[in-house]
Design a protein around this ligand. Structure first.
Ligand code: CAA
Length: 240
């Protein structure tokens, strides 16, 4: 039977490319989304991928959402924690809400999904968790103390949980994307983005599919010896 994969934020941007790549690998994919029913339904109609609405930052909603997925599709063997938001502002203009929402969703989401799925993976002796970090969690970014802290936290979370999963056949890895051609990056003011792209040695933004290929490798059957690692896919912008 096909292994079941959940991709959070899986109907748009990098997440949509990941859902499609895992489906192409023969997984039964459920793409989670937070609010945009119309876009999610369009994605489901186009790809045949099931969609599930819940807020990854809401602990109980995640437990209930995952329980419904298990009831419909079977145990979850693969989780890709991709859902994330930005609330960019320099610190002196950043509100506590800007800080808290980014921590709650970007970092809290990883904990919530892991709580709902890791114990089962551990019991069954096989699992794959991939957390989507960011170049900005590795290098920092002006105007992103919230996002950089959450993404940096994801890298620590990954290495800690990898140690807990290793002897149970559960790998936990991170991917740190650079600037990828998505709505999130399109929201960066054009003059700022131009300066950022000028610093990317490969000379362009990345494509969502270039991140998805990394996820497909890390979640593959053959990926069992790779754990606790961070794969940087950033066009050479930060060599780490
Ligand atoms: N380094 C140094 N100085 C910078 C800077 C930078 N990267 N960015 C802006 N500044 C400076 C400006 O030059 C300006 O200086 P002066 O006042 O001396 O002219 C000052 O900061 C204020 O800049 P803004 O006018 O832009 O101020 P603002 O308050 O309107 O906006 C900001 C500040 C929110 C940080 C805005 O510049 C911005 O959105 N920057 C982009 C941040 C970014 O890269 N976000 C990534 C989003 S994509 C993502 O996160 C995905 C991923 O994982 C990669």
């Amino acid at each position: 039977m096909a292994r079941v994969a959940i991709v959070t934020g899986g109907t748009r941007g990098i997440g949509a490319a990941i859902s499609i790549a895992l489906q192409a690998q023969g997984r039964t994919v459920v793409a989670n989304y937070a609010g945009n029913d119309a876009k999610a339904q369009a994605f489901a109609d186009e790809t045949g991928i099931a969609v599930a609405r819940f807020d990854v930052g809401d602990h109980q909603a995640v437990l209930d959402g995952v329980a419904a997925i298990v009831a419909a599709h079977g145990p979850v063997d693969i989780v890709v924690n991709n859902a994330g938001i930005t609330r960019d502002a320099v610190l002196h203009k950043m509100s506590f809400d800007d800080w808290n929402e980014v921590m709650r969703i970007n970092l809290g989401g990883c904990f919530n999904l892991a709580k709902a799925t890791f114990p089962g993976m551990r019991e069954r002796g096989w699992g794959r968790i991939v957390n989507i970090g960011s170049i900005n969690g590795q290098a920092g970014q002006y105007g992103q103390v919230n996002y950089a802290a959450a993404k940096s936290g994801i890298h620590g979370f990954t290495k800690a949980l990898a140690q807990e999963g290793a002897k149970f056949g559960v790998t936990v890895n991170a991917i740190a994307p650079g600037y990828i051609d998505t709505d999130m990056v399109a929201a960066v003011p054009a003059p700022v983005l131009e300066k950022i792209v000028a610093k990317i040695p490969v000379g362009r933004l990345g494509q969502a599919e270039e991140i998805a290929r990394g996820v497909a490798f890390l979640t593959s059957e053959e990926g069992g010896f790779v754990t606790g690692s961070t794969m940087s896919i950033n066009g050479g912008q930060h060599m780490y």
